[in-house]
Design a protein around this ligand. Structure first.
Ligand SMILES: [Fe+2]
Length: 222
């Protein structure tokens, strides 16, 4: 089963799809690229309230499904992309933001340099809610110390699964690196991180083309 673990197809809730029709368009494109299941992961920041976010997420899903009509879409799973910042672990009910039916949480590191605050927050989340991390778009942090090994060293301890964006398979040097990590047994998943039809369209065709033969992790399989 091909799963997109990271997408912004829900309309009007973050910087992703602007309208329900655009959300449907993104999902139809993903389906045409061989994706069977799409995780809907709008941005969540520590300044937000979980219950408000869930209300907005439900409303966005309702609009998306209404716009889809009878159209056949990939299976949809709710989640969130949670930005790690100081104080995140103090936000109430954060465990409601895991990928539906799992203990896994998609966590996004800031662009800035590595800080121990990130690990402190992850450790507090684990202690409080017993969650397990999925680290979002790992390829974004190639400037961090000895990437990828220094990066993996920091987060492996938490039973982390690493999420790569499918667009990271386009440049040869990165694709080679990712394939070698796979060969070494890195627990990895992929996401489109699609935001819009025009500027950040789905590119799961790259996954099919370059990694089709690999056995990819499935966090939904027990
Ligand atoms: Fe994202």
């Amino acid at each position: 089963m091909t799963i997109d673990y990271h997408s912004h197809c829900l309309p009007g809730i973050d910087d992703g799809a602007k309208t329900p029709d655009e959300g449907v368009e993104l999902l139809k494109t993903l389906k045409s690229q061989g994706v069977d299941m799409v995780c809907l992961t709008p941005h969540f920041y520590a300044s937000m309230k979980v219950d408000d976010f869930l209300r907005r997420r439900d409303a966005a899903l309702e609009k998306l499904l209404a716009a889809a009509g009878g159209e056949e879409l990939p299976k949809l799973v709710l989640g969130a992309e949670i930005h790690i910042s100081y104080g995140l672990s103090e936000v109430k009910n954060l465990d409601k933001l895991t990928y539906e039916g799992t203990e896994r949480m998609l966590l996004e590191l800031p662009y800035e340099k590595f800080s121990h605050v990130f690990c402190d927050e992850i450790e507090s989340l684990i202690a409080k809610y017993d969650i397990k991390p999925v680290m979002a778009h790992v390829e974004r942090y190639t400037s961090w110390y000895d990437w990828p090994y220094g990066f993996l060293e920091k987060f492996d301890y938490y039973g982390t699964v690493y999420q790569f964006n499918v667009t990271s398979l386009a440049p040869l040097f990165l694709r080679r690196k990712i394939k070698s990590l796979f060969d070494e047994g890195l627990p990895a998943v992929f996401g489109s991180d699609t935001h819009s039809v025009k500027s950040r369209p789905p590119r799961f065709d790259l996954f099919e083309k370059h990694l089709g033969k690999y056995e990819i992790n499935n966090i939904f399989e027990k």
